[in-house]
Design a protein around this ligand. Sequence first.
Ligand code: ZN
Length: 225
Amino acid sequence: MSMSGADSGLFDDPRSALIFAHAAGALEPATALLAAAMADLDKSCARDLRTYEAAGGALLDQIAPAPLAPHALDDVLARLDRPAPAKAPARARPFDAELNDLPACVRRAASRSAGAGWRLLGPGVKGFDLHTGGSAQAQLLRIEPGSGAPTHSHGGVELTLCLVGAFRDERGRYGPGDLAIATPDDTHRPIAEPGPTCIALAVTDAPLRFTGWLGFLQRAFRGAE
Ligand code: ZN
């Protein structure tokens, strides 16, 4: 397990802090997705999640239930009766088979992201924006062995959870279930290790700032985006 960066306050381990906040329902959707995927890939995270959820449930049991509004049940049933929105026609997309290897919560987020798909971010690197809602952005990264994201710094915190394969940056190696945390102080260049194509889930709370020539282009064309 590798990690660095963020000071999580109450918890020494940022992973535990994320899992606790997820159990408390305190994370926004993109980060909640990352925490759920982490629990799917890592037994100790799954165990922590169950413990925190059970503790939360026990607390809720001690709170007297509030009376339901009149017709509340009818309202819920009426909502259930509404027809589901029409699904977009299925399209064969490249790499769909690779999505099958990902945690179920990530697969569901990808299938809900209608209109999204893999787009080229650079040589050997593709990105898939997940439409989770909220202010943080979730993106799947698909990095072919030996390829890497461009060197970049961060306007905010970036959490990158390795799902399949492995990647390495200046601070260490990250395999399935490992979480890389980058803060505004960090500049790095993640590169996929030899072996299976690396797929990672990256959550950022601010746009990435690219350095070097790509950064120059990004600044030059920001107004044209
Ligand atoms: Zn980064």
